[in-house]
Design a protein around this ligand. Structure first.
Ligand code: GDP
Length: 370
């Protein structure tokens, strides 16, 4: 039915099997498209009719070519990251590809973080992390694409730094880039039509979406890049819901003795190895079950209960979860042990603790932020 058929919007070959890939159209929509003489992929359909953008997956080769283009154009690069999953939203080697272009770092999903966490501290931490990854952003903004309140301020900042140049928006999948772009479209377009167009990234099968800023420059959305070490790729959509916070995190405090363990579902584990009885505070999705047990029984407890009492993931999805890997830390001051994309635990100084996370997921420490 759809062999050789191309989307009249972006030119991608139409396919009806893989919803997250280029050119996807549900079969029913394709039939309607034939009737109306308007064959569009789902992405272009939503763009055209609802001014709404959806993410697509992207191969490394296409991504390289896309980045090549960014590095050879004089532009501002807006790099969207998830403040809750910093390592999981790093684009490896991005600093090499942006060339001499300035990078504006955007920490998205800031609505998840507790209010007690000062915004200036988050930015400072983001800057440190970015520098460690070889990136020197000219500025850092915090946004919540979901509620959209910070989008006007972001647009002001973009306007200031772009100095009449075009703007490329880049980011890995799941950081909320599409949601943010949709908010930007709302703010930029208002009632105006025809400010959004699509064209091709030269040498690739990828379409690019352009939002006109003035006669010569655009905001250009790039397809989301897959980052394989994100928690999202190990979980079913249902399990993911229990793990990805939708609302502001509420702290949960536990009085722990040495040699006690906490399990965060079956996703992660925290051992209080050595130190005096103390309060430790956990920041995870508010509905993620946390279980306390004895350290010497913890291995057995996990073996017996993972996928049932300790969930998510549910039993049938446990096979997709990489085995938990242990990281030990000795603290000198109040410290956050961060399990990227999942949450963090605040511990006092002078203790020995161990955090366990699915292999591939980063565990890092930072000076306590609250
Ligand atoms: P993309 O893959 O980067 O384009 O990300 P999406 O816009 O599709 O969003 C990925 C997931 O993050 C979805 O479950 C969204 O509901 C959620 N999300 C997006 N933006 C925000 C935000 O600002 N705050 C919160 N809490 N969640 C968000």
């Amino acid at each position: 039915l759809n062999e050789g058929l191309r989307c009249i919007g972006c030119g991608a070959e139409i396919q009806t099997d893989q919803p997250s890939e280029l050119g996807y159209t549900p079969l029913s929509a394709l039939k309607k498209g034939f009737e109306n003489d308007e064959v569009l992929c789902q992405r272009c359909f939503r763009l055209r009719h609802y001014n709404e953008i959806q993410p697509v997956d992207l191969t490394d080769d296409d991504f390289r070519r896309l980045l090549d283009q960014i590095s050879t154009t004089d532009a501002l690069v807006v790099y969207v990251m998830d403040v809750f999953d910093f390592s999981g939203s790093l684009i490896p080697g991005l600093h090499r590809f942006v060339g001499s272009n300035p990078v504006l770092l955007v920490g998205n999903k800031v609505d998840i973080l507790p209010h007690a966490l000062r915004r200036a501290k988050i930015k400072e931490w983001m800057r440190q992390q970015a520098n460690r990854a070889g990136l020197r952003p000219i500025d850092i903004a915090l946004t919540s694409g979901k509620n959209g309140d910070d989008v006007p301020a972001l647009l002001d900042l973009i306007e200031k730094h772009r100095a009449r140049r075009s703007v490329y928006v880049v980011g890995v999948t799941n950081v909320g880039k599409s949601t943010l772009i949709n908010q930007i479209i709302k703010d930029v377009t208002g009632d105006k039509k025809d400010v959004i167009t699509t064209s091709r990234f030269p040498g690739t099968t990828l379409d690019r979406i352009e939002i006109a800023l003035d006669d010569q420059s655009n905001i250009i959305d790039t397809p989301g890049i897959i980052h394989k070490d994100q928690m999202a790729h190990y979980l079913s959509p249902k399990d993911l819901k229990y793990v990805s916070p939708q609302k502001e995190l509420k702290p949960r405090t536990y009085q722990l003795n040495a040699e006690q363990t906490l399990f965060m579902g079956a996703m992660a584990r925290f051992d209080y190895v050595q130190g005096a009885k103390t309060g430790i505070t956990a920041y995870f999705e508010n509905n993620l079950p946390i279980h306390r047990t004895k350290l010497d029984k913890a291995d057995l407890f996990y073996e017996k209960h993972a996928g049932e009492l300790l969930a998510p993931p549910e039993k049938e999805n446990l096979v997709n979860l990489p085995p938990l890997k242990r990281y030990e830390f000795k603290t000198t001051e109040k410290t956050d042990i961060v399990i990227d994309g999942l949450g963090w635990i605040t511990v006092p100084g002078q203790v020995v603790v161990a955090a366990w996370a699915p292999k591939g997921v980063s565990v890092l420490t930072r000076k306590a932020m609250i």
